[in-house]
Design a protein around this ligand. Structure first.
Ligand SMILES: C[C@@H](O)[C@H](NC(=O)OP(=O)(O)OC[C@H]1O[C@@H](n2cnc3c(N)ncnc32)[C@H](O)[C@@H]1O)C(=O)O
Ligand SMILES: Nc1ncnc2c1ncn2[C@@H]1O[C@H](COP(=O)(O)OP(=O)(O)OP(=O)(O)O)[C@@H](O)[C@H]1O
Ligand SMILES: [Fe+2]
Length: 585
């Protein structure tokens, strides 16, 4: 099968021919380059109306010269997301070409295409995908016939966040490559001058680092970078610091997604993925956890019609074509709206089956959870920390050590680990005083960023997802919020449950209460009375359920009912806004 693809969601007018038998891709592109500022939608659309027919014509001419008049078996086009005026031009061109050639039309989601080109080229079975593009930034994982959004930016796309800074300092669009060059220059100059530790230049600028579960935010960092420029900080230093913060955030949430889903493959997509430092950090993160990493070559990372044609061929082969009457474009087309027809019959995502031994490096692996619970020592590795359990029965203790992340700039890494260890010790205790079941904190060692904690629960909620537990988590978060705190990372891996315990009575029948669900891992928690921050906690918890549960709705309904019975109804109202805001424009 040969598919002609058309791309033109924002800046890149592109056409491509994918020959599935030969697995070869011919791409012809014509970028729109704004004279000043960022992308102007009207100018971009004018560019598309001139450039799309030209690139299509070039590809079609080449295809027919080689394969004759029946060279094309289907026409695929980017249906969204993107700028409405640009998308409409692409849609019109695709419909008319499919009609002229009398072949089927395929409507492709641009973000799913960014993901699938990496999966196609890597041959990975079931990877988590990080899409790092201009207008977007999100993590996708396949589960039950859809790509779920495991985490995403709460405001700008990663490229746009960087471009916002370069516009501020008067650099032309696109800013990403210029920031990369300036950051490299800063690192080279610093290392010539003697540099800092571990080969890293000294003098990282302190910028906001905002991660909430697997979601993240760039608005604070863009403004802080602009302010630094206004204050006269050298622009190369800002570029270096911007990259170190933004890409470390992306590497961290990617690691969390691998840890939560149990996946051991990561693919990278999108225009920002052309950045060497981002790829280097992700490769280092994956190597440290024993996961495989793949990023396609640059021509398939930046916007291009090659990826549209490749996914278009898979969709056409699955019979997933579009009647013209239903082929309207969608500027807000989300990746999780796409029924993944081309992976039908594949095995479903691996979800950790036991909370006792997920992730690499578990010495308890291969044992049943009962056997592991009896063992003297059990090691587990979360996304941030290694956890060792010592002792038996009620005397069990957990030693949790936040380990250094080699992908992160050393001083930033140390600060994050230290701050989170302090926050976890403090908030774990304060939450308990507010009536939320949490482990007792026995000891804190900041030099080694290690906590000694009471062992609680018999398994992670991820391994026992039931409505009766999510209802309790709702109550616990409501109580926490009423006390002016947020958890910051309330996922199904950060709730422990004791299925055999009974509320109000110990499992041995004595009067002392044994709560059935505990919140753990408060490292991203903080004090706040803002409705917005409280709503974000609920958003993160619901996201972690959607990422792993086969039937999330009843679990979420129970969670919200639990929250409602104790908490502020305004927070549940705000939750709807937060969820919508994460949806990119
Ligand atoms: C919906 C669609 O229109 C949109 N397209 C898009 O954002 O173009 P894309 O080619 O994927 O990414 C462009 C972004 O990629 C950044 N970029 C390009 N090279 C870069 C580099 N070496 N380092 C950092 N950023 C880079 C640019 O600054 C720009 O912000 C998207 O995929 O979100
Ligand atoms: N106090 C505790 N009692 C029982 N088990 C615990 C305790 N603390 C941690 N664990 C276990 O260790 C795992 C990892 O701990 P934790 O979540 O604190 O670290 P992390 O590296 O931040 O992990 P993640 O990224 O999965 O959230 C937990 O999912 C849980 O199974
Ligand atoms: Fe893109």
């Amino acid at each position: 099968m040969r598919v002609l693809g058309i791309e033109g969601t924002a800046w890149c007018a592109s056409a491509a021919l994918y020959d599935a038998e030969a697995d070869s891709v011919l791409i012809e592109s014509d970028p729109y380059e704004p004279d000043s500022g960022g992308i102007h939608p009207r100018e971009a659309a004018e560019h598309m109306s001139e450039a799309i027919p030209e690139v299509v014509d070039r590809v079609l001419t080449a295809a027919e010269a080689e394969h004759g008049p029946d060279a094309v078996d289907a026409v695929a086009f980017s249906r969204g997301p993107g700028l409405g005026p640009c998308l409409r031009i692409v849609g019109t061109a695709a419909r008319s070409l499919a009609g002229t050639l009398d072949v089927p039309l395929v409507g492709v989601n641009h973000m799913v295409a960014h993901l699938e080109i990496g999966r196609h080229q890597s041959g990975f079975d079931n990877p988590v995908c990080l899409n790092a593009s201009g207008a977007n930034a999100h993590l996708l994982g396949y589960h039950d016939g859809r790509y779920r959004v495991l985490g995403e930016t709460m405001d700008a796309g990663v490229g746009n966040a960087i471009d916002k800074f370069t516009r501020h300092v008067g650099w032309s669009h696109p800013g990403g490559p210029k920031v990369e060059a300036a950051a490299k220059e800063f690192a080279a100059d610093a290392s010539e001058a003697g540099g800092g530790e571990a080969g890293a230049p000294a003098d990282l600028l302190d910028l906001p680092y905002v991660v909430k579960g697997m979601d993240f935010s760039f608005s604070g960092i863009s403004s802080a970078a602009n302010d630094a420029a206004d204050d006269g900080v050298a622009v190369e230093r800002i570029c270096f610091s911007l990259q170190e913060h933004v890409f470390a955030m992306l590497a961290e949430v990617s690691e969390r997604a691998l840890s939560l889903t149990g996946a051991d493959e990561l693919v990278l997509g999108g225009g920002v993925a052309q950045n060497d430092r981002l790829r280097e950090m992700l490769a280092a993160m994956c190597e440290a956890r024993g996961a495989d990493f793949f990023a396609p070559e640059p021509r398939f990372l930046r916007d291009n019609a090659g990826m549209i044609a490749v996914l278009g061929a898979k969709m056409a082969a699955a019979g997933d074509t579009l009647p013209v009457a239903e082929s309207a474009v969608d500027p807000n087309f989300r990746p999780d709206q796409v029924p993944v027809t081309w992976r039908a019959g594949e095995s479903v995502a691996r979800v950790p089956s036991s909370g006792e031994s997920t992730g690499a490096g578990a010495t308890g692996a291969g044992k049943t959870s009962a056997e592991a619970a009896e063992a003297e020592t059990v090691d587990r590795r979360g996304a941030e920390a290694t956890v060792t359990v010592t002792g038996t029965g009620d005397g069990r203790r957990v030693t949790k050590r936040r380990v250094a992340k080699s992908y992160r700039y050393p001083a930033l890494d140390r600060t994050l680990r230290r701050d989170r260890t302090v926050a976890e010790a403090r908030l774990t205790s304060e939450a308990r005083r507010a009536g939320v079941p949490t482990p007792l904190v026995y000891d804190v060692d900041l030099a080694t960023t290690t906590l000694s904690l009471q062992h609680v629960g018999e398994r992670d909620l991820a391994a026992a997802l039931e409505e009766r537990w999510t209802e309790r988590v709702g109550r616990h978060l409501a109580r926490l919020h009423r006390a002016g705190m947020v958890h910051g990372d309330p996922t199904t891996r950060n709730v422990r449950v004791s299925p055999d315990g009974r509320d109000g009575a110990r499992s041995d029948g004595t009067a002392e209460g044994t709560p059935e669900t505990y919140l753990i891992d408060f490292g991203l928690g903080y004090h706040t009375g803002h409705v917005e921050d409280h709503a974000m906690d609920l958003h993160v918890f619901e996201g972690s359920i959607r990422a792993t549960a086969a039937d999330p709705d009843p679990l979420i309904a129970a969670f919200e009912a639990g929250y409602e019975s104790v908490g502020d109804p305004e927070v549940l109202g705000r939750l709807r806004d937060v969820a919508d805001r994460g949806r990119y424009r």
